[in-house]
Write a protein that binds this ligand. Sequence first.
Ligand code: GDP
Length: 366
Amino acid sequence: MKLGIVGLPNVGKSTLFNSLTKAGALSANYPFATIDPNIGIVSVPDERIVKLGELYHTKKVTPATIEFVDIAGLVKGASKGEGLGNQFLANIREVDAIVHVVRCFEDTNIIHVDGSIDPARDIETINLELIFSDIEILDRRIAKIAKQARMDKTLAKELELVEAVKAHLEDGKMARSFEVPDDEDAQIWFKGYNLLTAKPTIYAANVAEDDLADDGASNPHVAKVREMATEEGAKVFVICAQIEQELAELSEEEKKEYLDDLGVESSGLDKLVAASYSILGLISFLTAGEDECRAWTIKKGTKAPQAAGKIHTDFERGFIKAEVVNYQDLLDNGSLAAAREKGIVGMEGKDYVVKDGDVILFRFNV
Ligand code: GDP
């Protein structure tokens, strides 16, 4: 699962990317890797495994991770091949969700590609490139099926869908606000086009340090981003990429002090990462023991045997039962034995749908 960081040049994408990847690098418990200069594995902050770690006096605490890709170089005209436009658009097509960074900070030393700070214009510029690129995909599909659709009912139905989506995009709207007919074929086709503007998106409003304390409430640029995001059904997070980069260099204690000075409780980065995880449709189940407390990533709706398979394929193949207790219940009772005695530990079978925060002990045949 990957998120792509997009936005115009000089809005703070790389600064955000560096702070995301560095933040994990300094903490011994957090695995960190840069696969390539533009791709980073980021730990998903999770207080639950830290607390379980304390309960179990664990040697190792392992968080879930997600991948971020810094997709630079998206400019006006990208969909027409400006710069390396098409290549960047292809990079975006490979991600599962998008973090769109929007510049809301004033700084005369850092030039804006279009000469002024104007988030509405910036968002439109980027979104239009994405829309153009999607229209091209749909046009290609139309060219491919239009002729045969005259004789083939199924293709005729698909053509109708493609044209409806195209009309929606030509209206300047994003594919994610298109209402796909409640029909299995239509759902599969729509998904298959892998449209950029259908990908779940979070806006990261990059503000100046002074705007952090009130979460950007007094910054009119942020208000504009919020207004546009609401129309599209997207979320907005207020961050200061520059501060995050500085915070990423500090120890936990220093970080807390710095945040106190700024008048904020937690860094925007943690919230952004948590939200990124959630828009990907991901949740975590937990395992706890003396050797390791760990968060495991699954898609919402995953059943117990498949969740077990995340740990080891043998666990899935030989799955018998899952012993499941909610994380908070386990903490409140102080131990798994005490929770068992209370009767709040479930013995679940192969149809059990795993929930976020389930602490699970799998029983399996080898
Ligand atoms: P990118 O082109 O979108 O990747 O932008 P960069 O991350 O390279 O940032 C462009 C410039 O803006 C750099 O000089 C950053 O130090 C600066 N910058 C990034 N975020 C902030 C911020 O929150 N406040 C200020 N004042 N400068 C920032």
